[in-house]
Design a protein around this ligand. Structure first.
Ligand SMILES: Cc1cc2nc3c(=O)[nH]c(=O)nc-3n(C[C@H](O)[C@H](O)[C@H](O)COP(=O)(O)OP(=O)(O)OC[C@H]3O[C@@H](n4cnc5c(N)ncnc54)[C@H](O)[C@@H]3O)c2cc1C
Length: 467
């Protein structure tokens, strides 16, 4: 991935705004630039837009929406911003946090009211770190539905989307103004496309094992569960252009991926009163701290394996998620009528599992914190039939990237901004800080959709004001 200083004699064609990547970030940027009346072209490596967006549960956090008000949920952007910053250990850029927390509600309502996205709030369990129920999702609670609706909306707006087009280089002068891009087709042929503003929406570096090993050593060798085409192109270009890269060790992990099936098991199974044990049948952590940091904790257990333990009541809540239904279909969810039978089916030491059960249920009854500092306040006791899933930890999404301002414009490592370069979603440094534990549920699609919308508008302004 290079930045070419030698400009071609002339670009084959050009567009005012070029967007690299057709995930949630790219499409939101494209729709908002198009609404501002500026032509935009989206370039996507794959033959069908999918990205990590399609692999996600498609849940976007937003505060103060009409969907929350219908359910009498009290929330505000200020409360949301405080939750983001608390989870990020105060490391996230305060101005960006304020901006995304403020704009998330209007972004959800924009997609709902202008484009007919049928959002609803996940109202039956709490996500770790969120002090209000504010995760908004589409009916299937799947990212496939989100990306397909975004693509259809962009198609209806007649926004040009060029598929099978890998952006292989940027063209920039010594002034670091981006003049255009080179794109490579699957048969190796190359083309060029000029632009006045460029939006990098080509996500993070989870698909580049060398970058993961360099920046996130604790996830070296871990399974990567995100889109394999996210190979760090944005950060490589940013680095070459002298852009500021931030929080490169930050990431979204997950401590509950069915093994060996490779299906996400929603953290609702834990938050509603379930728990995890290792292959010895023993608990090992405060699971409610967050699923992201739990990835490394699970991977540190013998064989990198844990078991989610819950019951049918919790499974009924988890079934709203397409992933969980898939896990049931593929036989990842084990059921048993007694703890002893469950231990037998999971091949776990029976007495240790019984002791773990007893410890959890006693904590619930006594309404106190357990030895790991976890409170099960409000959680009902587990009752038969019991359920369990063998899980492992995985890397979902990197959180570092190009540092941007509130307008999603890339910042220079020497201070100031790069004139016509924007970065959004996984291409930009998120709001999670430098640690896995800094990831608040939904930070990924938050910065994809909200920063995407902001960048589209900002790039359009830049172009209409004469660049
Ligand atoms: C299993 C899983 C569950 C998740 N669940 C959630 C959730 O519920 N809520 C949440 O907020 N986040 C979730 N996330 C994180 C979320 O998916 C991401 O943060 C988000 O999708 C990033 O969106 P994006 O548009 O930046 O990137 P992507 O959706 O990955 O899109 C990037 C696109 O850029 C393309 N591309 C890359 N390089 C090039 C190039 N050189 N040229 C052309 N195209 C290129 C890729 O092919 C891809 O289509 C989850 C992640 C995973 C893996």
């Amino acid at each position: 991935m290079t930045v070419k200083a030698m400009l071609p004699r002339g670009f084959a064609t050009s567009a005012p705004i070029v967007i690299v990547g057709a995930g949630a970030a790219g499409f939101c940027a494209a729709l908002s630039a198009h609404e501002a009346g500026v032509d935009v072209v989206v370039l996507e490596r794959d033959s069908v837009p999918r990205g990590s967006t399609a692999l996600s549960a498609g849940l976007i956090p937003a505060a103060g929406t009409r969907f929350q008000k219908t359910l009498c949920i009290t929330d505000s952007p200020a409360l949301f911003a405080a939750d983001i910053q608390r989870k990020a250990h105060g490391e996230a850029d305060a101005a960006i946090v304020k901006s995304v927390a403020q704009e998330a509600g209007p972004t959800i309502e924009w997609l709902a009211d202008r484009y007919g996205f049928p959002f609803s709030v996940v109202h039956d369990f709490d996500y770790p770190g969120h002090s209000a129920r504010r995760m908004h999702g589409l009916p299937t609670r799947s990212g496939v539905e989100l990306i397909d609706r975004l693509r259809q909306t962009a198609d209806e707006a007649e926004i040009p989307l060029i598929l099978n087009a890998t952006v292989s280089a940027l063209y920039a002068g010594a002034d670091r103004i981006i003049r255009g891009v080179e794109l490579t087709r699957p048969d190796g042929t190359r083309d060029t496309l000029g632009c006045q503003a460029l939006i990098l929406a080509c996500s993070g570096y989870g698909g580049a094992a060398d970058l993961v090993a360099r920046h996130i050593p604790e996830m070296r060798g871990a399974s990567y569960f995100g889109h394999p085409g996210n190979r760090g192109d944005a950060v490589l270009w940013g680095d070459a252009l002298g852009a500021k890269l931030l929080h490169m060790s930050g990431y979204q992990g997950h401590g509950s991926v069915a093994h060996p099936h490779g299906v996400l098991i929603t953290w609702a199974v834990i938050m509603k009163g379930g728990f995890q044990v290792n292959t010895k049948g023993v608990r090992f952590s405060n699971e409610s701290a967050g699923y992201s940091e739990q990835a490394a904790v699970v991977l540190a257990q013998p064989d990198g394996i844990a078991f989610d333990i819950f019951d049918e009541r919790i499974a009924a809540i988890a079934r709203q998620f397409a992933d969980f239904r898939e896990a049931e279909t593929c036989g990842a969810v084990i059921e048993a009528s007694t703890v002893a039978l469950l231990a037998e089916r999971l091949k776990l030491p029976s007495s240790a599992l019984a002791q773990s059960f007893a410890e959890v249920e006693e904590t619930k009854r006594a309404d106190k914190e357990d030895r790991f500092g976890r409170s099960f306040a409000g959680a009902a006791p587990l009752s038969p039939p019991f359920k369990a899933v063998k899980v492992t930890g995985a890397l979902f999404h990197t959180q570092g990237g190009l540092a941007v301002d509130e307008g999603a414009r890339a910042l220079s490592s020497q201070g100031g901004g790069l004139p016509n370069l924007f970065a959004v979603g996984g291409a930009a440094a998120g709001v999670s800080g430098s640690l896995a534990s800094g990831y608040l549920s939904g930070n990924g699609l938050l910065t994809a959709t909200v920063l995407g919308r902001i960048a589209g508008k900002g790039a359009a302004n830049f172009v209409t004001q004469g660049g």
